[in-house]
Ligand binder design. Structure first.
Ligand SMILES: Cc1cc2nc3c(=O)[nH]c(=O)nc-3n(C[C@H](O)[C@H](O)[C@H](O)COP(=O)(O)OP(=O)(O)OC[C@H]3O[C@@H](n4cnc5c(N)ncnc54)[C@H](O)[C@@H]3O)c2cc1C
Length: 247
């Protein structure tokens, strides 16, 4: 049974019309980067709760979430409208296995995301564990428009803090953007464009985390499996660790 903490909105940053970062003040709690909690509010259809990944790193005083507004969704449009001082509830404990503790050793770590799926990686960037375990880390963020490329300044700060360890590769599918690739992730891996742009290999000594929309995850997994990588399970460790946001 989940317990619930009272949360107060301290900031609702709108990146664009349907993408926002919600910052909440709550009593302190522990979690591992990559985990999620549920946010709950009263809605016209009664009390509703949905899962959201924590974007902030453990030990920080404020909790942050990157959320896209789903047209016709029940909770996300209401979360989008929240303003400073508004109240909601947040579930305890934080849960989920999309964490670095679940990822075996590897020559490099690929953090593949689409849309809001970059959130858990932003949380991981603020943990020592990530930098101690992997020498080469690649964050790939696949989005439709340039305005979807969020948290870039924070990623650049981390690149400066850990020189040569972190490569950031945007993919923008519906607009041209300098430095960004434009094809779908599975195709970019299959033709080697992604690996070439990032100057890193993907092979059976790589670890790959994938987070975001279900079609991207399925197709990317199929591509990686065709290259010999296997799904990472506790009883049979492999290379591919996945978090799917919806079906
Ligand atoms: C472990 C986990 C972590 C998650 N973390 C995040 C997160 O950090 N940020 C975030 O924005 N969402 C996240 N989600 C999705 C989130 O829980 C909700 O499903 C989403 O906000 C829609 O809720 P809703 O009540 O507005 O829509 P609903 O009324 O519940 O759903 C409407 C429909 O939209 C589909 N859907 C859900 N999410 C999306 C989406 N992003 N784009 C298109 N269709 C969608 C659902 O499958 C459903 O069919 C996560 C889900 C899981 C399982």
């Amino acid at each position: 049974m989940a317990n619930w903490l009272d949360a107060t909105v301290i900031e609702n940053k709108h990146w664009h019309a349907n993408l926002f970062s919600l910052k909440l003040k709550t009593p302190a709690f522990d979690f591992t980067a990559g985990q999620f909690v549920r946010l709950a509010m009263e809605t016209p259809e009664g009390r509703k709760q949905r899962a959201y990944s924590l974007v902030n790193s453990p030990g920080e005083a404020e909790q942050e979430f990157l959320i896209s507004t789903v047209a016709d969704g029940i909770l996300s449009p209401l979360l989008q409208q929240l303003q400073m001082g508004d109240k909601l509830q947040l579930s305890q404990p934080a849960t989920g296995f999309f964490t670095l503790d679940e990822v075996p050793e590897g020559d490099n770590l690929w953090l593949l995301s689409s849309g809001t799926g970059i959130g858990p990686y932003i949380s991981m960037l603020g943990t020592r564990n990530l930098w101690q375990r992997f020498e080469h880390i690649v964050i790939v963020h696949s989005v439709r428009t340039i305005a979807d490329l969020v948290y870039r300044q924070y990623i650049e700060q981390k690149q400066a803090q850990y020189p040569g360890m972190l490569h950031y590769q945007p993919i923008v599918t519906r607009e041209a953007h300098t430095g960004a690739l434009s094809k779908r992730l599975p195709e970019l891996i299959s033709n080697g464009e992604l690996q070439q742009a990032c100057q890193q290999k993907i092979d059976t000594r790589s670890q790959v985390m994938i987070c975001g929309n279900p079609a991207m995850i399925t197709d990317t997994k199929v591509q990686l499996e065709s290259m010999g990588l296997t799904k990472n399970l506790r009883r049979t460790p492999g290379n591919i660790t996945v978090e799917q946001y919806w079906k």
